[in-house]
Ligand binder design. Structure first.
Ligand code: SF4
Ligand code: SF4
Length: 318
């Protein structure tokens, strides 16, 4: 497994980053006992980089994966993020991560800002100031932002407070906001040139690009400026497949078939049309039509954020 420097952070990461979102309660709901061993196997086979978030509720899965490691997993690079707006809320999010992950220092802590434009840096100034202070106090090693927005990447490039940018990018341009795929490619390259560390999210379009996983991953892996690619995994087959692709190894055809699983979002009949999912969706992929939520597949990146907010539990990703 190739390892790369993440910008000027001094942090070295494996090219494959284990995305923990899908195994958590927001999507597939694996328990820590089910998901933890899959993360652990990845760590034992050369992955040293994990992407999570306060909102994913997956710290217990990661903690489970670290159990029994000689140094308690302190060598593993963990990136997490929070939706906090204020200094106080971000401080609480950092303390929660330190306590639940069982480590004094969090490697990378990001402003979690999927759909927001560059006003996010003013609107959530308190949270950003907190990250900068906590880095100075040694509680985190690098500060950054996770985003779907070309605008945020461009503005973030010129902000000395930011060490890391975690943008969406994929071969189909799914989910990119405030610009095209090509504009995002250019923004990423410019950010890297300015010394930011970049790793990519949604290379597989939230599951929409699984029919040609290799082409989708190769596209992102080949982008100038991208040090690592976060890929969500919930099964040993998916881990095996991704390890083989990132290591340049042959993929048996039966394994390729088994990992073509295409996710779908289903709105069940008992939706009451309350619109909570419409407000939550970062991609404007939900609307309420005649009293029932309708999913626009051309905009939906299957992130799963809408499912847990539905008061009727009417949204399922299967
Ligand atoms: S949040 Fe649930 S009940 Fe409300 S509109 Fe969306 S799917 Fe329907
Ligand atoms: S509809 Fe739901 S799963 Fe699709 S992009 Fe919006 S929040 Fe994510």
């Amino acid at each position: 497994m190739k390892k790369r420097e993440l910008g000027k952070t001094g942090i070295t990461v494996s090219e494959l980053c284990f995305g923990v979102l899908p195994m958590g309660p927001v999507q597939y709901g694996l328990s820590p006992e089910e998901g933890g061993p899959i993360i652990r196997e990845a760590l034992e086979r050369g992955v040293n980089f994990i992407d999570t978030a306060q909102a994913y509720n997956t710290y217990p899965h990661i903690r489970h994966a670290f159990k029994g490691l000689p140094n308690g997993g302190q060598d593993v690079v963990v990136s997490t993020k929070a939706h906090a707006k204020t200094y106080r809320d971000m401080e609480a999010a950092i303390e929660e991560a330190r306590s639940e992950l069982g480590r004094d220092v969090i490697d990378i802590f990001l402003i979690h800002a999927a759909r927001e434009d560059s006003k996010v840096f003013a609107d959530r100034r308190g949270a950003l100031d907190c990250l900068v202070d906590m880095k100075a106090r040694g509680k985190i090693r690098a500060v950054g932002v996770s985003t779907h927005s070309v605008d945020v990447v461009r503005v973030g490039t010129n902000m000395p407070e930011l060490d890391v940018i975690f943008p969406i990018i994929n071969i189909a341009g799914l989910g990119i906001l405030h610009g095209t795929r090509e504009e995002m490619e250019q923004a990423i390259a410019a950010a890297a040139k300015a010394g930011k560390g970049l790793f990519a999210m949604k290379a597989l379009g939230g599951g929409n690009l699984l029919t040609d996983r290799k082409a989708a991953l190769d596209y992102v892996r080949g982008l100038p400026g991208i040090s690592a690619v976060a890929v969500g995994m919930i099964t040993r087959d998916e881990l095996e497949m991704n390890l083989r692709l990132f290591n340049g190894e042959e993929v048996p055809s039966d394994l390729a078939e088994r990992t073509k699983r295409q996710k779908r979002l289903i709105v069940q009949y008992f939706c009451v049309g309350c619109g909570t999912c419409v407000e939550t969706c970062p991609n404007s992929a939900m609307t309420v039509v005649d009293g029932i939520a309708v999913n626009d597949k051309s905009k939906c990146i299957l992130c799963g954020y809408c499912a847990p907010v539905c008061p009727q539990f009417a949204i399922r990703l299967v």
